[in-house]
Design a binder for this molecule. Structure first.
Ligand SMILES: Cc1ncc(C[n+]2csc(CCOP(=O)(O)OP(=O)(O)O)c2C)c(N)n1
Ligand SMILES: [Mg+2]
Length: 292
């Protein structure tokens, strides 16, 4: 990884899935790339002053406006006829699903040639594992604690890819660090789209999800193999790509390996919740044709 555009020496937790996602995205985009990132784990761990892991030009925005900052960069490049430079936003789920959502919607609507990559660790990790709209149903976070009164997050995960498709942008995809060839291909394809693109990369968080050290890739693979994370691809609003699941695994295989779901195997009502989560996975199979 010495020649990676995302240099080693960053301060992400040992075993974090995010740096792998960032390396794969930058590898695919290449050196002719400018990145804007909102506040979050990526920003704080990759740029402890005066050091930086970024080997491409990188700008830190506010939490809520990375898509607006990138929009300005893209317009300036177009004005100067520098149309061979990729403009990326790489941000967490908190800024993508919640706090920067308005700026993203505007970026999509104005039609900028920008690929927006969300590294999705399913909570506000940098500030201490608070729930975001990306947090899955009944996962434990510090703002959705578990106990007699609660089995964790009461809401299902917001369907951001569907919201991106609803903006009629030319390219939308989900991706996984467990499928690097697929991920890199999707980034390249997004960059040749004639307009905004959205790619959501599942990025397991060892601290917030609480799994065995060294298991980030395995966690990412289990999310796909249980059908909780469909790997899908839309071009001009049409579903053109679905990664088929050869051997579907029960959701318990995923849930039981993570501390954030531990309560479901002990508390009253936990079995019903697991059945509900299984039904969500089964609905994905139906909706996207995940199994041949
Ligand atoms: C407007 C605003 N609200 C809240 C914060 C505090 N804050 C900084 S990072 C962060 C969490 C980021 O979550 P996410 O985008 O999911 O990235 P992660 O840390 O999980 O990688 C929060 C709440 C902020 N910087 N600005
Ligand atoms: Mg997050």
């Amino acid at each position: 990884m010495e020649d990676s555009l995302f240099a080693p020496g960053h301060r992400a937790c040992a075993g974090c899935g995010m740096p792998t996602a960032i390396k794969l995205v930058l590898d695919a985009a290449g050196p002719n790339t400018i990145v804007a990132s909102p506040t979050g784990c990526l920003e704080v761990t990759s740029t402890p002053f005066p050091e930086s892991s970024w080997r491409v030009p990188w700008v830190h925005s506010l939490f809520e406006n990375a898509a607006a900052v990138a929009s300005g960069v893209e317009v300036a490049l177009r004005k100067f006829k520098k149309t061979d430079i990729n403009v990326l936003v790489i941000g967490g789920d908190g800024s993508t699903f919640d706090i920067g959502f308005g700026a993203i919607s505007g970026m999509f609507d104005r039609g900028h040639r920008i690929t927006y990559v969300c590294y999705d660790n399913e909570a506000y990790m940098n500030t201490g594992v608070q729930r975001s709209a990306s947090t899955p149903f009944c996962a434990k976070t510090t703002t959705t604690p578990t106990g007699k009164m609660s089995l964790g997050n009461p809401r299902p995960k917001k369907d951001m890819p569907a919201i991106a498709v609803a903006h009629r942008v030319p390219y939308v995809a989900t991706a996984s660090i467990a499928y690097p060839v697929d991920l890199r291909r999707k980034v390249r394809r997004s960059l040749s789209a004639d307009g905004p693109a959205y790619i959501q990369v599942n990025a397991p968080c060892i601290t917030g999800w609480s799994f065995e050290a060294g298991d980030a890739i395995e966690q990412a693979r289990l999310a796909v193999d249980t059908c909780l994370l469909p790997l899908i691809e839309y071009v001009d609003g049409v579903l053109v790509g679905v990664k088929k699941v050869r051997r579907k695994r029960p959701v318990e295989d995923y849930l039981k390996t993570q501390g954030r779901y531990k309560h479901l195997f002990k508390a009253e009502g936990g079995a019903e919740v697991i059945a509900q989560i299984q039904a969500m996975a089964d609905a994905n199979v139906e909706k996207y044709g995940l199994i041949d």
